[in-house]
Write a protein that binds this ligand. Structure first.
Ligand code: RP5
Length: 160
């Protein structure tokens, strides 16, 4: 199976990114985690993205806060799908990171999830890999069914 790259701009991003790692683990998707910053370690970030396809990655998740250029900087170096997680790590509550991540120029797409949307980033990466992986697609279908059953159970138990 292809790997997912889970890249974050700082170790201070770990608490949010753990939800993505947990979801990938639950789906038994191999992944690598790295701290590479678009601003503090731009060479390492660029090199990771440039070599990711030949190293067996199928998608990259990039989480960053503040002036969050990490997802875009990685996307500039690869045609693998890049999923950006804008993080709430400043006085602007993540709106700064959201706009920095989502407002990519034409020709250089980044799929941006919600502010701190780490779980959805992992699920989107899984869905990308599942295009060519029937067993993974089956796991995702099963998860959707379980989620729906859990909601319906709450509905059935609702009393006001
Ligand atoms: C970004 O700046 C990181 O992704 C992090 O969200 C934010 C703050 O980083 P630290 O100053 O905590 O290392 O690059």
């Amino acid at each position: 199976m292809k790997k997912v790259g889970l890249i974050m701009g700082s170790d201070s991003d770990l608490p949010v990114c753990e939800a993505a790692a947990k979801q990938l683990k639950a789906l038994e998707i191999p992944y690598e985690v790295h701290i590479y910053s678009a601003h503090r370690t731009p060479d390492q970030a660029a090199s990771f993205a440039a070599n990711a396809r030949e190293k067996g990655f199928g998608a990259i998740i990039a989480a960053a806060g503040k002036a969050a250029h990490l997802a875009g900087a990685l996307a500039a170096r690869t045609t693998l799908p890049v999923i950006g997680i804008p993080l709430k790590s400043s006085e602007l509550d993540g709106m700064d990171a959201l706009l920095s991540t989502v407002q990519m120029p034409s020709g250089m797409p980044v799929a941006t999830v919600a502010i701190n949307g780490a779980k959805n980033a992992a699920l989107l990466a899984a869905q990308i890999l599942a295009v060519e992986d029937a067993a993974l697609a089956e796991k995702l279908d099963q998860m959707r069914k379980e989620n729906a059953a859990a909601v319906l159970a709450k509905d059935a138990a609702l009393e006001l």
